[in-house]
Design a binder for this molecule. Structure first.
Ligand SMILES: [Zn+2]
Length: 462
């Protein structure tokens, strides 16, 4: 029997469609070439009593500093190499990173500039979402060309001060994106309502981060989400709501989905595991993200949304800071550093708190951390599943391994975790990216630059 490059033996194979039982997986040239039957490999991995999952796809991370903020100190502490190390440790083999344009730069030029940096550094496979800030006629003209360049998404922020004066252009951008096989990611918080709430709190002397949740009220997310739904209805183009945090905004999306509007929902672990009381902690600033933490009823609604298929993806929005930068005593509700590092911990925590505790099934976990993102971001079935012909992006996952989260030992350069001290059962033992063992027993083996920027096809409806 001819030997394949790698054989993974006796693992229980789980995809978004369910468990396909215990079988051996044969890998050659980075591709899955056989499942089951007689196999021999130059490298054989024993996955007895382990799960074999498709590599995670985290479609929302920040591994590069926006060009305008390059001189701002401190900034985010991960690059594509350390971000990859964190991702692979946590069973994520493909990353979707936000690419902010330099001033006056068009989407294609921004992609090219960012890709040149990323190609040298990344270990995980990667794709980039060009952020639109100033929607000029030149930017609009480039949108139909993005898919040919392997890019099937754009990102917009309703929360920026210049959003409202450009809404007409954003609607046109979303329409052109949809007409050309692209999906539009939208950060849904209303700029004016946040400014208003914040100014009132400051006037009352409530500018400390204890009042962070009040400064970005649920209604600001609800109204921005309603607008995103309106954009989808007016243009017929798919929209993808990033980091949705509240039950009420989720309700808006569920209603839209019931009318068959192409409205997709991402949430992130902060909103599944924590509530706003954390902002009252002495070190509450370390939990600050945009939107803020919400109430227990919101947490419950998001878990239910994952179960029911209203929430399609769980992504980290990995935005890594040092603890000192995050706890800067000068911070207030008008001056803060949003975002947390979460690539090491997202998938194990979803398994531990979601699957083991009976909130979601294992196949649902695979769908929201891999398969659905692969479909929406034009990578399926090359990625997002375990099948003959797919990339061998695989995680040998030990469902019984219990570890306590310690931010200082995680692979992200961020030196703390928002989930410090949590006991988590279920961790990756081996991670393979296109057939190459890149993580084994907690050690990163993959080399910077070995990841590729993956070309994407048109978005697929779910
Ligand atoms: Zn983000």
């Amino acid at each position: 029997m001819a030997k394949l490059d790698v054989v993974i033996r006796h693992g229980e194979i789980v995809t978004g469609a369910g468990s396909i039982g215990c079988a051996d997986i044969g890998i050659s040239d980075g591709i899955i070439v056989q499942i089951g039957g007689a196999l021999a490999g130059h490298l054989e991995l024993d996955a007895t009593a382990k799960l074999v999952l498709p590599g995670g796809i985290d479609a929302h991370v920040h591994l590069s500093v926006p060009p305008e903020e390059e001189d701002v100190d401190p900034s985010w502490v991960d690059d594509y190499t350390s971000g990859s190390a964190a991702a692979l440790t946590g069973g994520i083999t493909t990353l979707g990173s936000m690419a902010f344009p330099a001033s006056g730069e068009t989407p294609l030029a921004g992609l090219e500039r960012e890709a040149a940096i990323a190609r040298e550094q990344t270990i995980a496979d990667l794709f980039l979402h060009p952020v639109l800030d100033h929607v000029t006629p030149q930017v609009l003209d480039e949108i139909p060309k993005l898919l040919d360049a392997g890019c099937n998404s754009i990102k917009v922020f309703t929360v920026l001060s210049n959003f409202d004066c450009q809404v007409r252009s954003y609607v046109e951008a979303i329409r052109r994106a949809g007409d050309n096989g692209l999906i539009t990611l939208i950060h849904c918080e209303d700029y004016a309502l946040i400014e208003d709430a914040t100014a009132r709190l400051v006037a009352e002397g409530k500018s400390s981060l204890r009042y962070y949740a009040e400064s970005r009220p649920v209604i600001s997310e609800v109204v921005a989400t309603e607008r995103a739904v309106a954009f989808a209805e007016a243009t017929g183009a798919p929209v993808y709501i990033v980091h949705l945090s509240s039950a009420r905004a989720l309700e808006v999306c569920a209603e839209a989905q019931s009318h068959n509007l192409p409205v997709y929902v991402e949430t992130r672990p902060l909103y599944l595991h924590l509530t706003r009381e954390r902002f009252e902690d002495e070190d509450g600033a370390k939990y600050v993200g945009q939107p803020p933490l919400r109430e227990q009823q919101d947490v419950d609604a998001l878990w239910a949304g994952i179960r029911q298929g209203v929430v399609h993806t769980v992504c980290t929005d990995h935005a890594p800071w040092s603890l000192a930068a995050k706890l800067d005593p000068a911070h207030t509700i008008t001056n803060l550093r949003p975002g947390v590092a979460d690539l090491d911990t997202m998938l194990p925590m979803l398994y531990s708190e979601g699957v083991r505790s009976g909130r979601i099934t294992l196949s649902r976990l695979v769908e929201v951390t891999s398969t659905n993102a692969a479909k929406l971001f034009g990578l399926y079935p090359r990625k997002g599943t375990i099948a003959v012909g797919s990339d061998a992006d695989l995680v040998v996952f030990d469902p019984e391994l219990t570890l306590t989260i310690e931010g200082s030992v995680l692979k992200s350069n961020s030196d703390y975790s928002a989930f410090e001290g949590w006991q988590v059962t279920g961790w990756p033992e081996v991670t393979l990216r296109r057939g190459e063992v890149v993580l084994r027993d907690g050690e990163i083996i993959g080399q910077p630059g070995s990841g590729t920027i993956v070309p994407r096809g048109a978005t697929n409806p779910l």
